[in-house]
Write a protein that binds this ligand. Structure first.
Ligand SMILES: [Zn+2]
Ligand SMILES: [Zn+2]
Length: 1005
């Protein structure tokens, strides 16, 4: 049969687009889903991608891994849901829409109008959901694209309401009054889990001030405090000292005493406690007028003056101290971070603008002792990168105390890849605080909390409950978002008074965390076709709302995969919600992975010009090359992504391409014959491919793509550099058994790699497949590894090692491969003895001996970093003895100059004695006799000529089967001693040696 010829190198982009079109035209994905429908299930749950921007190359890593394992499980016949998810509300989307509309504050949004703002948010999500879908398809991801879940649907919102009601019934829901990290641009508090990532801290420069607080009743004495936040000084209430530390008074200044300092007076911190002082801004109406010294064991003795300025309204620890000591709380800034009325000159200034005014004012009043600048790590908003401040506000929390142990127990049932991430999750669960779920924003989950003045907190658990209890506003309730929801008051369940909803919206991780319930129809009494697409997602998705029986079939998910930072985000919120509702983890296995860097290991930033857009990467590298790069990466380490690594992958992939091309080229010129008996080499390749299947199956089952890639590459190397190389003559002769064996091995290995490189695998499958085989590689069923001849595999493995070492020995001695040699001695590879002929041919040696290599010299040197400390002054003597060869080998180590040295204490090198080239590794040593004689030299020249003539054939564009006539110069006539050999190797019918003094020539016969 004739195979479609392949070009010399693949055009990945063209090939991939071709395959995509063909998949669409032929409905291959639908055929696969039909083929697997009703089979055993593989429950995968997609973590929602935020639909507010195009997908980046960091998203493509996770999306590749998801697709790889979904494709693998489909090969195994497993039935899957393939539902993609979009995250659609909360700060993510709001901030992007604000940027697009040129809005800069919450007031701007309110002036723009909440209904209009919500509409713009929905539009942005719809736009980018489409963009991301196109990118994902191009990346090769197979999903049920028109039935995505959107977290802003009313259905999703209602499921979260149910969760919140359950939380309230357990008594975990409370309103907290506390100091919290606050973004002045977004105008909202942020939660611990949102802010915990290392990327949310940057080096920033701030003022560093030493300020004097004059003590009352102690004329001429002042406390000296240090601060980097001048805006907090007007909110000062107290100064904290460490009770058991020593403080000293010098020049009227109290500070931590230095050990050898000279002071007018020295006192322990506890002696200062209770003293009163004049605050830095007591003239301002907003400031408190009474200030005192309080004790605090946590005062740092390494930073500042040992006396800490305490402003309970502007810092978390300050707030907690304030509670203990019943201090007043002064909040100096409003929600946009500007100083409130009551702070005189400072009113209306931002925390940055305040700096110079405060410094100048303190200086004028002689309260500033010293000032400078300091660079330190400082938190920024995870969403908009604005430096954060602290404010004391009311927020809604879910208490984590009661559920903490249950969460830990549930995590113990989850299998993590890499496994140490399990401990990371445990650490997070042990240390996390209560869950701050409220955000003072607009387009997010409307929290269904209706506090009544009678003391009752009404929590509405569903839309039906809302409708039942509403006292008005239902006719305008087009969806459950603000502003519409705000117009629906309900009646209090205790006193029947009308109560209104709090204005806050929810943390976006509630939206994503509920997905294992909302998208699978938990407790849904009936199946509602198209029933998931409610509220804002109406018209965007055709997803059904399944019934509870369906949820029981698909919950918990067998496997999920997202980046490692989701431990404190999505993995966490899902676990929290699922343990609360069902008492168990919503997933059985998790694969997590680290971050994408540029190819030099630096963070990618648009501003530094090293960012790569996913679209550009796909077009220029090809999706398969990207997928290979993601799959090869050990997930617990950052991936260095770039065009350099992509180029290197393309180079490596050429071996596979060339092997298929080799097959096609020879099969197309060979007669169609029934294959005869198999050669031992054929049996080896067929065993070898089964070994590949076994190794890859094991790797896929462990969710470990790096091992899939390494076993595939090792196989392709064996196939190309051993099987094909050793079988060339049979292919020239059109040997049907060799062709059939090669085709079988290629198609079987393509299935193995198809989940990683779906495009190239599909393309090559379509070139190679037989008429009785499935039209698409993805319709093939995975066959587990069949029988293999382990002895043969080991023999050939050892033989290949010997040949590799032989080549290495040649190259380190500068002996070219084409120069035949007399003798090779092999030690430590007994299994290779059966393959001595192959070794002889591959290494161009006349004889191969198996036995001890005596031609090598052992050189032993001290491993200085280890031996230096151990031997001390005796090192010199040991070194001299080693150098002189005065040592004995004992029990894997060495005895020298009265010392026994272990293998790790020395560096061992084997070198050839004069006239020998030696190489060794892993217990195998080979030695090549490098001596030449006239016969060997002549053969070397013959091989050079054969090589030259074959290159000329290629350059002349001859077909593989064309015969030639060769004309040699007179000077080469001695080569005719090997005339038959040359003829056979270059397909010559005649060789003449009368060509004068020029170069060899060839002509088609
Ligand atoms: Zn922000
Ligand atoms: Zn009430």
């Amino acid at each position: 049969m004739a195979y479609e010829p392949l070009p010399a190198v693949p055009d990945y982009t063209a090939l991939e687009k071709d395959v995509l079109d063909w998949w669409d035209r032929e409905g291959i994905f639908d055929k696969l889903r039909k083929q697997n429908a009703g089979g055993e299930r593989f429950g995968f749950l997609d973590g929602p991608i935020t639909a507010n921007n195009p997908m980046g190359v960091h998203h493509a890593w996770g999306r590749t891994l998801k697709d790889v394992f979904q494709r693998y499980k489909a090969f195994r016949g497993l039935d899957q849901r393939y539902q993609n998810g979009f995250d659609c509300q909360g700060l993510w989307v709001e901030v992007e829409v604000e940027k697009a509309l040129g809005l800069n504050s919450k007031r701007d949004i309110e002036e723009y109008g909440l209904a209009e703002f919500a509409a713009r948010c929905v539009e942005r999500v719809a736009e980018y959901a489409e963009v991301i879908t196109d990118q994902d398809r191009r990346l090769g991801r197979w999903m049920d694209w028109d039935n995505d879940y959107y977290t802003f649907s009313d259905t999703n919102i209602e499921y979260i309401w149910r969760f919140l009601k359950a939380v309230h019934e357990r008594g975990w829901l409370y309103k907290g009054h506390r100091s919290t990290m606050w973004c002045p641009r977004c105008g909202t508090s942020l939660s611990q889990h949102e802010q915990a990532g290392e990327e949310n801290y940057v080096e920033l420069e701030h003022p560093s001030l030493f300020v004097r607080f004059p003590l009352k009743g102690r004329e001429g004495e002042s406390l000296i405090v240090w601060t980097t936040t001048p805006w907090t000084l007007p909110a000062n209430v107290a100064a904290a000292v460490k009770p058991d530390a020593e403080y000293g008074l010098r020049d009227g200044h109290w500070m931590l005493a230095e050990e050898k300092g000279e002071y007018d007076h020295v006192a322990r911190g506890e002696e200062l406690v209770g003293l009163q002082y004049v605050g830095p801004f007591d003239d301002l109406p907003g400031a408190v007028k009474e200030h005192r010294v309080i004790p605090w064991d946590e005062v740092s003795l390494t930073e500042g003056t040992g006396i800490v300025h305490i402003a309970p309204g502007a810092g978390t620890e300050d707030f907690e101290l304030g509670r203990i000591h019943e201090l007043p709380v002064v909040v100096p800034i409003d929600e946009s971070g500007r100083m409130l009325p009551g702070f005189g000159l400072l009113e209306g200034l931002s925390t940055d603008e305040v700096e110079d005014v405060v410094i100048e004012d303190l200086r004028e009043r002689a309260l500033l002792v010293d000032s400078g600048r300091i660079t330190h790590r400082y938190p920024i908003c995870w969403r908009c990168k604005t430096p954060l401040v602290f404010r004391v506000v009311d927020d809604w929390f879910i208490s984590a105390q009661e559920v903490r142990q249950e969460l830990l127990d549930a995590n113990a049932t989850v299998e993590w890849t890499p496994s140490f991430y399990s401990k990371r999750m445990d650490d997070w669960l042990r240390n996390m605080g209560d869950w701050n779920i409220s955000r003072k924003r607009y387009f997010g989950l409307p929290l269904p909390f209706y506090p009544c003045e009678c003391g009752e907190l009404n929590v509405v658990g569903s839309r039906a409950e809302l409708e039942e209890r509403a006292t008005g506003g239902l006719d305008q309730l087009q969806e459950l978002h603000r502003p519409w929801i705000d117009e629906v008051p309900v009646s209090c369940s205790r006193c029947d008074k009308e109560v209104r909803r709090i204005p806050e919206v929810g943390d976006a991780w509630l939206d994503a965390g509920i997905v294992p319930f909302s998208s699978l129809g938990w407790q849904s009494p009936e199946w509602i076709p198209g029933g998931y697409a409610t509220g804002a997602s109406r018209g965007l998705s055709g997803a059904d709302l399944p019934d509870h029986a369906y949820w029981e079939r698909w919950f918990p998910a067998h496997w999920i995969s997202e980046s490692r930072e989701q431990i404190r985000l999505w993995f966490y919120s899902m676990l929290f919600m699922s343990v609360t509702l069902e008492g168990r983890a919503p997933y059985e296995r998790v694969l997590a992975y680290e971050r994408v860097r540029d190819e030099h290991g630096k963070e990618m930033h648009k501003s530094t010009g090293n960012a790569i857009a996913a679209d550009d990467a796909i077009e220029q590298m090809g999706a398969d090359v990207m997928r290979w790069m993601y799959s090869e990466q050990v997930p617990s380490q950052n991936l260095n992504f770039g065009y350099g690594p992509a180029h290197e992958i393309k180079r490596r992939l050429l071996t596979l391409w060339n092997s298929v091309k080799f097959f096609v080229d020879y099969a197309n010129v060979s007669p169609d014959e029934e294959p005869g008996a198999l050669d031992p080499l054929d049996r080896w390749l067929l065993s070898r491919v089964e070994q590949l299947v076994a190794d890859a199956t094991d790797a896929y089952e462990r969710y470990w793509t790096p091992a899939v890639i390494s076993s595939f590459e090792a196989f392709v190397d064996d196939l190309s550099n051993w099987y094909i190389r050793r079988s060339r003559r049979r292919f020239w002769n059109g040997d049907a058994a060799a062709l059939d064996t090669l085709r079988t091995a290629l198609t079987r290995s393509l299935v193995v790699i198809a989940p990683v490189m779906p495009f190239l695998a599909e393309h090559l499958w379509r070139v190679l497949r037989g008429d009785d085989e499935p039209e698409s590689i993805f319709l093939v069923r995975w066959q587990d590894a069949g029988e293999r001849d382990e002895d043969l595999l080991q023999e050939v493995g050892e033989t290949r090692r010997v040949v590799e070492l032989g080549r290495q020995a040649r190259s380190t001695s500068g002996l070219k491969l084409r120069q035949p040699l007399r003798r090779l001695v092999v030690e430590g590879a007994p299994l290779a003895e059966k393959h001595a002929d192959e070794i002889r041919e591959e290494l161009r040696v006349k004889d191969v001996e198996f036995g001890p290599v005596e031609a090598s010299e052992l050189r032993v040197k001290p491993n200085l970093p280890v031996l230096g400390p151990k031997l001390g002054r005796e090192l010199g003597a040991v070194r001299a003895a080693l150098e002189a060869g005065e040592f004995e080998e004992v029990n894997g180590g060495f005895r020298v100059a009265g010392h026994e040295l272990g293998a790790e204490e020395v560096l061992v090198e084997r070198t050839g004695k004069e006239g020998w080239a030696v190489a060794g590794a892993d217990g195998v040593t080979v030695a090549l006799d490098t001596a030449l004689d006239p016969e060997l030299e002549l053969e070397g020249r013959v091989l050079d000529l054969i090589h030259e003539l074959n290159s000329m054939r290629k350059q002349a564009g001859l077909e593989l089967t064309d015969r030639i006539v060769v004309t040699l110069p007179e000077s080469a006539s001695d080569l005719l001693a090997h005339e038959d050999w040359i003829k056979e190797e270059v397909l010559a019918v005649e060789i003449r040696a009368d060509g004068g003094s020029g170069e060899p020539e060839i002509a088609k016969a």
